[in-house]
Ligand binder design. Structure first.
Ligand code: DCP
Ligand code: MG
Length: 418
């Protein structure tokens, strides 16, 4: 009797990383095609920005001329840009940049708020388009996924280019959005490759391309080398991936510890065996907001209370829409000096009820100092289970539970706060 060969026998491992182009901004361009080709930035956090003109246009069923859109130079308030169209990026504007700085670089850019409902809708749509073609897909966030091409029909043709083209076309037809795809022997290289030909590009990388295409890149391009490790490497005069590859593995272990040192050596040589894991379940869900101005727990009690309730309601909506219930509810505060405080509490029951979440989050709030002004407030749900798989809390049971929770005496005073 002969064993059947494993499905991938004789095939090259081909892993794709797909990332949507200027995702939040491209979604707004679907709504306002008249802005195509113009510098547009997404930021400011509030829908209000274009609400008025939209409501007016909808009433009159009229097209909004470009001249009526709000400009970055007229933007007041703080906040950061979440993304920018490629036309805006030519001015040096990009993700995570403060609105004020961006306004100096590109005052004529149109500024629009993010519409999370639309983002989620398109995120789901492009991902389901992919799984219809290539089922081995790993969700990596709102606008990116890994796909295992190895055993998909056509996945080996032209080293993956044919399937990449097909997926790009299918996504464009389903959503009107473009994406960029990198195909490589593993996830590590695919992730780097997807950036090589952005936007609307495909990049094929083989092991033999390591020296030419990967080694000249900065070490920060390695998924897993963050700002801290990057800084430490720079201090050690290691800037490019090639410079990292040139280091002795033992020396890296001495400087970064056994696991990290060995990992750095492997990734610098383009080695990564991690599988594409399908069906990744979310670990947590959260909602947070940065205030227009810093708020104080006592003086701004009403405003803060309303924001807090709103966050809990949104979080409950997220859970319900995605079909989850949570057992752990947590809060996050950022103080005016940028320090962060988090607290969480695990209930005895699962819930996705807004009022229940608000109550547990309220208990967490009693355990943090609130004498300092706040910059940001967030609510998080963790220990998730699929709705239907877990017993759900009865709100009155929860109240009884809450009364049993011990609150440290120094925080009892917070009781009077929002
Ligand atoms: N995003 C955000 N805050 C950031 C970075 C990104 O809210 N600091 C959001 C907005 C982006 C989306 O996540 O549209 C996806 O992030 P990407 O890094 O993939 O950026 P884009 O898709 O916007 O652009 P690119 O074409 O470079 O992928
Ligand atoms: Mg993207």
């Amino acid at each position: 009797m002969t064993d059947l060969p494993p499905p991938s026998a004789g095939k090259l491992r081909r892993i794709a990383h797909l990332d949507m182009d200027a995702f939040f901004a491209s979604i707004e361009l679907l709504r306002y095609p008249q802005l195509k080709g113009l510098p547009v930035v997404i930021g400011g956090g509030r829908r209000k920005v274009d609400e008025a003109i939209r409501a007016d246009a909808e009433r009159a069923l009229r097209f909004i001329p470009v001249a009526e859109f709000p400009l970055l130079k007229d933007y007041v308030g703080r906040g950061v840009i979440t993304t920018a169209t490629y036309a805006a990026r030519q001015f040096g504007v990009g993700s995570a940049m403060g609105m004020m700085k961006a306004a100096k670089l590109c005052p004529q850019a149109i500024v629009l708020p993010v519409d999370f409902d639309e983002v989620r809708k398109y995120s789901r749509l492009f991902k389901s388009t992919i799984t219809e073609i290539a089922p081995q897909m790993q969700d990596r966030g709102v606008d990116e996924v890994y796909i295992d091409f190895t055993d998909v029909p056509g996945g080996q043709r032209e080293s993956g280019r044919v399937l990449a083209r097909l997926i790009q076309k299918a996504i464009f037809e389903a959503t009107g959005l473009t994406c960029s795809i990198g195909v490589a022997p593993n996830r590590l290289l695919a992730k780097m490759a997807s950036e090589f030909n952005k936007p609307n590009g495909i990049s094929i990388v083989h092991e033999a391309d390591l020296q030419d295409k990967v080694w000249p890149l900065n070490v920060r391009k390695i998924n897993g080398i963050g700002p801290k490790a990057g800084e430490k490497l720079a201090k050690l005069h290691i800037h490019t991936i090639g410079e990292l590859a040139a280091q002795d593995a033992g020396w890296l272990v001495d400087n970064f510890g056994k696991a990290t040192g060995a990992w750095m050596h492997a990734v610098a040589w383009g080695r990564d065996d991690s599988p594409v894991v399908t069906e990744s379940e979310p670990v947590s869900m959260s909602r947070e907001t940065t205030f227009e101005r810093d708020l104080h727990a006592v003086r701004d009690k009403v405003a803060l209370g309303a924001i807090f309730t709103d966050l809990c309601t949104r979080l409950a909506d997220d859970l319900q829409r995605k079909g989850y219930v949570a057992k752990t509810i947590g809060i996050k505060l950022r103080y005016d000096d940028f320090r962060i405080a988090t607290r969480d509490q695990t209930a005895e029951f699962y819930t996705s009820d807004a009022k229940t979440i608000r109550k547990i989050a309220g208990l967490c709030l009693k355990r943090v100092p609130l004498s300092q002004r706040l910059r940001l407030l967030g609510v998080r749900a963790a220990t998730l289970a699929k709705a239907g798989d877990a017993p759900v809390v009865e709100p009155n049971l929860l109240l009884a539970h809450a009364q049993r929770v011990q609150i440290a005496p120094e925080f009892i005073a917070n009781d009077q706060l929002f």
